[in-house]
Design a protein around this ligand. Structure first.
Ligand code: HEC
Ligand code: HEC
Ligand code: HEC
Ligand code: HEC
Ligand code: HEC
Ligand code: HEC
Length: 454
């Protein structure tokens, strides 16, 4: 019985190996938690406190600058007004700059030489007066401009990283599932191989040992002459054939499932637009506020795409001629053509045609999504759902826009109700209900257009 016991030990060992492999791989499979929320936009970069000769608070200045100046100015680029980097050095006269920023048109009207010169240089475009600013407000803005102007070279280098991983949003069935399936198939193969050995061992044990082994050896010798003996033997092994077929079926089925699962999910969708409009240039480099063009996002269901007249606020003057040997940029010309505008005479014709932007984000009609509920009431950044738009040369769909995506965020996000006008109304209505007073649907927002209309 010595042989039996050694065979038995081999059998036990094989089973242990299979168990270990299976446990190991399945541990790997379940060890993978849900992927971290990749739609989380990177936080806004904290402004660096640069040492500058300007006395003001750049942090306070940043907010004022962004709210009031970015529609016409950029730090390092001419927009409607001049680039503002180095402005403190250019004038080296704080009192003068304060006077200018508080009321530029008055300075021009007063005939101040420097003011008139810059006014002429910028095609007599008037800068908005800011009488509401205190001197300190203006000092803060100047400090911010100083800090930003100083850090330009780095900013350009790091700008691209602000948005974090691009297009990495949840795609439903993850690559991980495919890897898992492949692992399962590999394990199945290993199991067959080991089981085959076990079965062979058991067979040998049961058969008359001597004869069987001799016969087998003869067979082996014969087969050695045949090149494809190995393959033939495998083809005869019904269990092996069965598992190979099973493996292929599982593989095909898993790819099919992934395909079907992602039908109707358009993450990464990036159509070519009729005008090469770059968010990286406008919202990134020139820091034009999203609100300047998509003000609807704060007020209504739709974020809205701006009309070409909004573009003309700048592109009447900004023609990027330096890039095209003095000619007007062909892309900007498309704006003029669409509006039937003649840049020579600065007159509009009577044959305007709208530009047909290709819509990127599109929920099916059965789902209702309201921007202002999320942007204004919940205070969610555009980037949380749309990704690092300010780094996109061409916009692509960043989030999957699936029901799962909406639901997951609703499960995770806490409602900010304190100091929130929307909730003040709700709380007031609740108080009325508690007191037994009459509450109409109108009090609960039943008159808002967006509650009933798409
Ligand atoms: C409506 C557009 C507009 C807004 C808003 C605006 N500016 Fe201007 N700014 C201009 C224009 C145009 C000029 C060029 C002078 C002119 O044409 O009046 C200018 C000139 C300047 C200059 C002088 C630049 C130089 O090189 O001499 C400074 C400084 C300045 N702006 C600062 C600011 C600050 C700070 C803010 C925000 C508080 C601001 N501007 C908001 C349009 C604007
Ligand atoms: C100067 C105007 C302008 C500014 C500023 C601007 N956008 Fe846009 N945006 C457009 C135009 C025009 C389109 C349509 C063309 C396109 O898709 O590129 C658009 C398209 C989009 C789209 C895709 C819409 C669709 O079809 O689904 C999103 C999302 C978007 N913008 C978000 C933003 C965010 C977020 C910001 C601020 C970081 C911003 N935009 C700043 C003009 C602007
Ligand atoms: C607040 C000012 C502002 C607004 C509004 C604005 N742009 Fe621009 N745009 C710029 C600046 C600044 C540039 C850079 C010009 C340069 O490179 O010299 C630019 C560049 C461009 C270019 C690239 C030109 C080229 O060939 O390099 C296109 C195309 C363009 N804008 C289209 C639009 C469209 C379409 C809109 C309206 C949806 C719009 N812009 C609104 C300021 C603006
Ligand atoms: C909670 C997620 C979320 C946030 C936050 C969000 N959006 Fe959207 N956005 C969407 C969805 C979903 C759609 C598709 C809506 C549809 O098809 O009805 C969309 C569509 C758009 C569109 C194209 C169509 C339209 O509605 O006019 C633009 C432009 C846009 N968003 C801009 C913005 C801007 C700018 C902000 C920030 C002020 C913003 N979004 C914030 C989810 C969001
Ligand atoms: C980034 C997180 C986030 C995503 C993604 C998101 N939402 Fe919301 N949504 C919120 C928050 C937070 C509120 C609560 C806002 C408030 O205070 O009323 C909300 C509120 C709502 C409400 C109003 C609920 C009520 O009872 O007043 C609707 C409807 C809604 N979301 C629909 C959607 C749809 C549809 C989608 C997907 C296309 C979506 N949301 C995606 C965060 C999100
Ligand atoms: C309580 C729900 C409700 C609210 C709130 C509401 N509407 Fe309506 N509205 C309707 C219904 C229902 C119709 C269709 C009536 C019909 O076909 O006779 C309609 C029709 C319309 C029409 C006519 C559409 C057409 O094709 O004839 C317009 C325009 C309109 N509403 C605008 C608004 C505006 C703007 C607001 C916000 C100030 C608003 N509605 C608020 C329910 C509402």
């Amino acid at each position: 019985m010595r042989n039996f016991s050694s065979d038995f030990r081999r059998l036990v060992r094989s089973i242990m190996i299979v168990t270990a492999i299976t446990l190991g791989t399945s541990g790997m499979v379940s060890g993978q938690g849900a992927p971290a929320d990749s739609t989380q936009a990177a936080g806004a970069a904290a402004p660096a406190a640069g040492g500058s000769a300007v006395n003001g608070d750049p942090v306070a200045g940043e907010a004022l600058y962004k709210a009031n100046c970015t529609s016409c100015h950029a730090i390092n680029k001419r927009v409607l007004g001049p680039a503002l980097a180095g402005i403190n050095q250019k004038y080296n006269d704080e009192a003068y700059l304060i006077k200018w920023i508080k009321n530029a048109p008055a300075m021009v009207a007063s005939g101040d030489e420097r003011a008139v010169k810059i006014y002429e240089e910028y095609n007599k475009a008037a800068m908005t007066p800011f009488p509401q600013f205190s001197d300190d407000d203006v000092r803060n803005i100047l400090a911010y401009i100083q800090v930003e102007g100083d850090k330009k070279p780095e900013a350009a280098a790091t700008g691209g990283t602000a948005g974090g991983g691009e297009g990495s949003a949840d795609t439903g069935v993850s690559n991980f599932m495919i890897i898992g399936l492949i692992a399962v198939i590999l394990i199945a193969f290993l199991v067959i191989l080991v089981l085959n050995r076990v079965i062979a061992t058991l067979e040998r044990l049961l058969l008359n040992k001597g004869e069987a082994i001799l016969a087998e050896e003869d067979e082996v010798e014969e087969e050695a002459k045949d090149k494809f003996a190995g393959l033939k033997r495998m083809a005869k092994n019904k269990k092996l054939v069965f598992f190979v077929v099973l493996g292929l079926v599982v593989l095909l089925a898993s790819f099919g499932t992934v395909e079907m699962w992602n039908t109707g999910v358009h993450t990464g969708y990036q159509p070519v637009q009729p005008i090469k409009f770059s968010h990286q240039l406008h919202a990134g480099t020139n820091q034009i506020d999203c609100q300047y063009c998509h003000s609807g996002a704060w007020k209504s269901k739709n974020a809205t795409i701006p009309s070409l007249n909004v573009c003309m606020n700048c592109h009447k003057y900004v023609q990027a001629t330096e890039k095209y040997d003095g000619e007007i940029s062909p892309e900007i010309k498309k704006i003029y053509t669409a509006l039937d505008y003649n840049p020579e005479t600065q007159a509009y014709g009577d044959n305007p045609r709208p530009i047909e932007w290709v819509r990127i984000h599109n929920l099916p009609d059965l789902a209702y999504f309201n921007h202002s509920q999320h942007v204004k009431v919940a205070g969610i950044d555009c980037q949380k759902c749309h990704g690092p738009i300010e780094t996109m040369e061409e916009v692509y769909q960043y989030s999957p826009l699936t029901m799962k995506w909406c639901i997951n965020c609703h499960r995770e996000t806490e409602v900010k109700h304190e100091g929130n006008a929307y909730y003040d109304k709700v709380i007031a209505a609740h108080d009325q209900i508690k007191k037994g007073e009459k509450v109409t649907a109108a009090v609960l927002g039943g008159l808002e257009c967006g509650k009933c209309h798409y």
